[in-house]
Design a protein around this ligand. Structure first.
Ligand code: HEM
Length: 179
């Protein structure tokens, strides 16, 4: 996983809980805590940070990843405003992930292995989002989608119809806009 993702996690934790909490988390997770945005680090290290945060907060790993994704979005907008400016709705923004966002990420961070999403129209204006990655981080995607909807002052309900973390071959999430 690219260092930039660890940098985002540090920023999200520090903004909400302060720098000491980040230091404690790094210590408790036996992580290095020093990540250069362009560097590549073992996926196991982020898994360990997430699991340690989950134990400390007495919530699930999935909840930590969703929290992280949601909090990461405003930080990403501060850093990569151009990716957000061209869109007037979170639907538009989310649907640009394969075509624009992740290709740009690959240019900025050589060697980044970003997931590809399968999109199709769902019922009543919803979007069905298929996800398949050996990292099984559908909950991070869930948090990103939630965070994106917040940025466009919209509300979404995300339902996981199938999930790689529950034995399925791939994840299928439904995104329904309620406001
Ligand atoms: C709704 C929009 C987005 C979704 C659903 C999404 C989803 C994801 C997920 C789930 C991963 C984890 C890797 C995996 O599953 O294999 C990931 C990786 C990543 N994403 Fe996105 N993402 C979104 C937008 C963005 C934006 C706006 C940026 C930054 C400008 C970004 C940058 C990255 C980076 C740097 C990685 C790590 C790749 C690596 O470590 O090799 N993503 N994305």
């Amino acid at each position: 996983m690219k260092g930039v993702v660890f940098n985002l996690l540090e920023e999200a934790v520090t903004r909400e809980f302060g720098p000491d909490t980040w230091d404690d988390l790094v210590d408790d997770a036996n992580a290095s805590g020093a990540y250069s945005s362009l560097g590549n680090y073992d996926d196991e290290e982020i898994v360990q940070l997430v699991a340690t945060a989950a134990t400390t907060l007495k919530i699930t790993n999935a909840e930590v990843l969703r929290w992280f994704g949601e909090r990461a979005m405003p930080i990403l907008r501060e850093r990569y405003g151009a990716l957000f400016e061209g869109h007037t709705s979170s639907r538009d923004f989310i649907l640009s992930v394969n075509r624009i966002i992740h290709p740009e990420v690959r240019k900025l961070y050589a060697g980044a292995s970003c997931p590809f999403f399968h999109f199709r129209e769902g019922e009543a204006g919803s979007v069905m989002m298929g996800y398949e990655s050996s990292r099984r981080m559908c909950d991070l995607a869930h948090g990103f989608v939630k965070g994106a909807s917040n940025l466009y002052c919209e509300e979404v309900v995300i339902t996981h119809h199938t999930c790689m973390n529950h034995g399925a071959d791939r994840c299928l999430m439904e995104i329904r806009w309620t406001h």
